[in-house]
Structure formats: structure tokens, C-alpha cells
Write a protein that binds this ligand. Sequence first.
Ligand code: NDP
Length: 504
Amino acid sequence: MAETPSITTKAPSFGNFIGGEWRPAESGRTFESRNPADSRDLIGHFAASDAADVAAAVRAAEEALPAWRATPAPKRGEIMYAFGALLAQHKERLAHALTREMGKVLAEARGDVQEGIDIAYLMAGEGRRMFGDTTPSELPDKWAMSIRQPVGTAGIITPWNFPIAIPCWKMTAALICGNAVVLKPASDTPHCAVLLVELMAQAGFPAGVVNLVTGSGAEVGVPLVDNPDVNVISFTGNGDTGRDILRRGAKRMLRVSLELGGKNAIVVMADADLDLAVDGIVWSAFGTTGQRCTACSRLVVDESVADELVGRLVDRANRLRLGSGLETTTDVGPLINSAASDKVGGYVGVGTDEGARLVAGGSAATSDGLAHGHFFSPTILDGVRPMDRVAQEEIFGPVLSVLRVSGYEEAAMVVNSSRYGLSSSIYTRDTNTAFRAMRDFATGIVYVNAGTIGAETHLPFGGIKGTGNGHREAGHAALDTFSEWKSIYVDYSGRLQRAQIDNQ
Ligand code: NDP
């Protein structure tokens, strides 16, 4: 994020949204957001906020909370539904803005917005469900039930790779439960957050219920986590950042939900439909330029079909067309920024130093009008071993490591040799093998005969091991992050009944 207090261009300026008003950072500082496909394209200037702006936003949330939590959940759902409808109405405009700011191809940007629409409608419905339990009491003439109540003010810290979908996943779940939110979006995609929050205001969320503070992780993210009036933090991003947030939060027993990285594997068995597998691997490894937390970065393939499969993948990877995601001819857009491009290039060197064979791509792409963007050729490293760094560390770019195995047992062992546990997949025609994989693969999401990407919003989303700390997003599981359970007992016997000790 480049700070540019004195830049003079015609690009628009955008402020924070606090207590229902758009306002600049208290310091007056700004930063730029630029198109990763062409860094000459300046999208706008955004508030470079700090702890003072965070404090103002948290205060606004606190003030809005009593009325919002007292609003019946079905009424909250009506506003949520209106928000979903606005997202649908503005889908094309949002998708174009998303591609321009984040780089993914337009079809994927539409999918990103669609996830926002889907979760808004799902959570609108949760306003009418929000189920607790009614359950028999162990005593006569006594009623027992549990209900969900809001946690309070939710700090939402999001990455750039799904700049509409991820804020929507988190904010809709928080809001339907009756929490107020302060969103701190990634500094690479502040414009998407502004557009999203504009629509939320238009949908009718009362002033102070939704707040937006843009700025860096250090100056906005840290004070948000440390603010004693923030009751829950929901974070998606890098593992190191997540651990830092968890450590800070632990000092005051803060509720923290973390969605971190992945090192997702696709297994291809000897009996797999290779045509199907090739399509799924190309889409999972190189879609969104490999910048999905569920992207396939490890191909675990049975030795008997490995040469044929790798040959076909190399051919497909070499034919993928790089370019601006706004062009209909583009298959693969840019990486998010130059640091990402350097990181991916560095990992290609790490892989070849470890003994892997570079069989496709391997370098930044700068020819044919790509020179002003952060493009990287789809890359395949063959002959990678399970404990090599390129098999263990998240590269977050278009790099596929190929690991050759012999049979299902070894494949499952390799899948599970990762410190992460988000998504996995198996291609096989054998039902028994498929069911074993569903049972054995140590990931929060398992696909059979499909790639590692394509989560649907009504199912829980998240992972195990280094991918998170046990929470889930999406589905009704997301409500657990943003609500407290309260158990309620009503004794209508008219006498003292002592539970547990006198009911024999
Ligand atoms: P980061 O962790 O760098 O950033 C995520 C967000 O946290 C940004 O808004 C960032 O602000 C902010 N931030 C940075 N430092 C701090 C801090 N110390 N305290 C509080 N907030 C902070 O991740 P990336 O944006 O680079 O996202 C890519 C990563 O996210 C990948 O590793 C990927 O796997 C993971 N990811 C995981 C997903 C999942 O569901 N499991 C989904 C999507 C991505 P700023 O932008 O200003 O630096």
C-alpha cells in the first residue's frame, strides 16, 4: 500500500463509513488502489486510517447496538434480503469494479459477487430460523430451551482475493445475529469494500450498524483487534497474521474466528477419468491465478497415469491466455501485486533447488501488453516430494506441484502430510475408494470427481489443522461465531425443584 498524501490525479477519493456518514480519515491521509493488470490505472484514493478512526467506528457500532439487537431477527432479515437484491441488481457493475481492482477474470468476479448474493439470501432466511432448541426438562412442570443472542461489536478483517464474497460471508452472519460490524478490508481492494458498504447503507441497515474503516493492517487491523469494545474478530488471511491476532486477542479472552491458508491436494487414481481430472486440475490450480485459499497446489497422482496426466496438463497450462480479466479472451488474470509476483518467482527457484523439474511456466510474463501488470505464467513443478517446501508452504499463485505415488494408501498419506487442512479432492471411478477418501482426507472440505474449489454458501466452509481455529463460515454454522448461546429454564410447578439431585 503506497501512501500518497499529495498525489494529484483525477481519480476519485473515498472515505470511511462511520455512524452512517462518509468521512475522510481523521489524519487526512490517503492511499491509492491500482489495477493489478495495468498499474497505470489508478482506481482511487482511500482513507489511510488509524486508531482514532477505528475508535470512532467502534463507538458508532456501540451506539447502534441496543436498537439493532432489539430489532426482531426476521426484520433484520428483511433488510438483509433487500441487500441481497441490491447486490443482484448491481452485479455487473460490481463484477467489473472487482476485476479492475483485484484482477480475476470477469466470469470469476461475477461468481464472487454471486457468493455475496447467495449468502445474503441465506442469512436473510436465518432471520426467520435462528433455531435454538426446545427440549424436555428432566423435571416435571418445567420448560427448557436455548436461544442465540448477539455477541456485540464484530471486527471483520478481510483479504483481497474475494473482496466481495468474504466480507459478505462474515458481515451477513454477524448482522443477522444482531451484532454491529466494523469492516477493515484489505488495502489492495478498498474500492470493492466501499461499493459493498454503499449498498448496505442503501438496503436500510441503520446508521452505525455497518461501519467501514480502510487502511493498513498495522494502523487499522491492530487497533481493531486491540479495542476493548470489540467482542469478536472474524479474520481471513495469512497464517502469521492470524496467529498474531489470536495472541493479541488472548490477552482479553477475545473470541476470534480464523480462516487461514491451504495447501490443497487433488488425488488422481489410476482408474480416474483423465479428461475430467485435467479440466478440474486446470480450473483449481490456475483459476483466480491460483490465489484462492482452496486452490489446488498439489497434484497427487498414481505413477501409472502420471506421465500422461502431466503431459496433458503442461499442454493445457501453456495454452492458457494471460491478460486483463476484463478481456473476454483472458483465461488467467494477474497476481495481486508485485510482491506476490516476486514471492511466486522465488518459490519456483526453491522448487527447482529442491530437485523438482520445471515443466511449464516458471517466470513472470511481461510480453504482449502484459508489461504493466503482475502476470505470472501458469507453472508446473514435477517430481516434488511430500516434505519439500513447495509441497508444504502456501505459494498463493499459479504453481502446481506434482507428487507421484503408488496406490491409495500412499496418496492419502501424502494428502494428509500437510500442515494445512482446508480442501482436497479425489478423482476415481471406484465408489469404495471415493468413500475411503471422504473418511480419510484430513480437510474441512472433500470433493469427489471435482476440483478443490466450488464451495456452496449453505454448507459450512473452513478447515482443520493450520487452516483455522475450529470455526466455520457460511451455512448455519457461521452463526456460532457471532452468537452466544443462552439456556433458559422456566419452572411452572410452583414449588422448589432441585435439578440433578432430587429427581430420583
Ligand atoms: P493478510 O493476512 O496479509 O491480510 C489479510 C487482512 O489482514 C488484510 O485486511 C490485512 O490488511 C490485515 N492485516 C494485516 N496485518 C494485520 C495485523 N497485524 N492485524 C490485523 N490485521 C492485519 O493476508 P492476504 O491479504 O495476503 O491474503 C492472502 C492469504 O489469505 C493467503 O495466505 C490465503 O490462503 C488466505 N486466505 C484464506 C482463506 C480461507 O478461507 N481459509 C480465504 C482467502 C484467503 P492489509 O491489506 O492492509 O495488509
